[in-house]
Design a protein around this ligand. Structure first.
Ligand code: COA
Ligand code: ZN
Length: 272
């Protein structure tokens, strides 16, 4: 016990002495790293492409990095049997169009398709949940906001953009209850407290893998979701809202369905 007490006193003294104070003959305490053999096991590296920090000395870490890296940059492998194909048409307002033609916004090449995730198909739900985990980590968003599309509740749907056998983009779209709509001022992200706009759909999450961004995939996903979330109804862009848009999400919302208020402010449709 006595020895322990003495040891405690010594430790307390070292901690209390200010590091900036110079004390004559003070022994130097140097923070050292654990070194085994000639390799530094604690050496961490940060991948500049996916942003993950990991140890290249550990097999588990290296494998985890490879998996995350591919998912983040190239999307997740997606079986051809997963999801129900959905179709998008360009002319959303007039189903009477005589010469229906797809605009650039809605064109999907032969190598790609958009599918709806079916809640009673476990494998496709789990694959989508895996993507959502990564998306939520990237956005620092809550992980418990999936049940509206993953359970058969008629509360929303998830859609996946599949390209060359990989899920390269995903959207989860919620059907909104009343009073959730808000306007957000684009330039400072402030929510206007007094107004209660009524929006019909809410984009809970939207994500496109890094190597496929800025090619219109997210736009096609929102368009597909507007046409296929509520059975038999095509929801106009003006009634689609965003959930706490990220910087990229805000830029997309600005182009997709922002409005200019009489005051000159640009407003983004949002929901809480
Ligand atoms: C936001 C995100 C889904 C956009 O996906 P995308 O497939 O690149 O989007 P699109 O190509 O359909 O972009 C549509 C428009 O949005 C705007 N836009 C999207 N991303 C932009 C960016 N990084 N910088 C500037 N404008 C951007 C552009 O105006 C673009 O149209 P244009 O290229 O014709 O000018 C994608 O950047 C992403 O996954 N980011 C990480 C997750 C995230 O932030 N999600 C949003 C949560 S609200
Ligand atoms: Zn990486």
């Amino acid at each position: 016990m006595g020895i322990e007490k003495n040891e405690q006193k010594r430790v307390t003294k070292i901690i209390r002495s200010s590091p900036s104070k110079k004390v004559a003959n003070k022994p130097k305490y140097v923070q050292s790293k654990l070194v085994i053999g000639s390799k530094d096991v604690n050496k961490l590296i940060k991948c500049t492409k996916c942003g993950m920090t990991y140890s290249n000395q550990s097999n588990t870490d290296t494998l985890a990095h490879t998996k995350f890296h591919d998912l983040h940059l190239k999307g997740r492998k997606w079986s051809n049997n997963w999801g129900q194909d959905v179709h998008i048409t360009s002319d959303l307002t007039a189903g009477l169009s005589v010469t229906p033609s797809l605009s650039q916004d809605d064109y999907i090449p032969d190598t790609a398709k958009i599918v709806m995730v079916r809640p009673n198909h476990t494998a496709e739900v789990n694959a989508t949940l895996e993507i959502m985990t990564m998306v939520n980590n990237e956005l620092s968003a809550p992980h418990d906001e999936n049940s509206f599309w993953s359970k058969n509740k008629n509360a929303g749907k998830a859609f996946v953009y599949v390209k060359n056998g990989r899920a390269v983009g995903v959207i989860t779209m919620e059907i909104l209850e009343k009073n959730r709509g808000r306007w957000m001022i684009y330039k400072n992200k402030a929510i206007i407290q007094k107004a209660r706009p009524q929006f019909i759909l809410g984009i809970s999450r939207i994500w496109v893998c890094k190597s496929e961004r800025l090619q219109g995939i997210a736009t096609k996903l929102v368009n597909a979701a507007r046409q296929n979330t509520i059975f038999g109804e095509v929801v106009d862009k003006r009634f689609v809202s965003w959930s706490q848009p990220s910087d990229n999400g805000g830029k997309m919302a600005l182009k997709y369905n922002s409005v200019k208020h009489g005051s000159g402010e640009i407003l983004i449709p949002c929901y809480i």
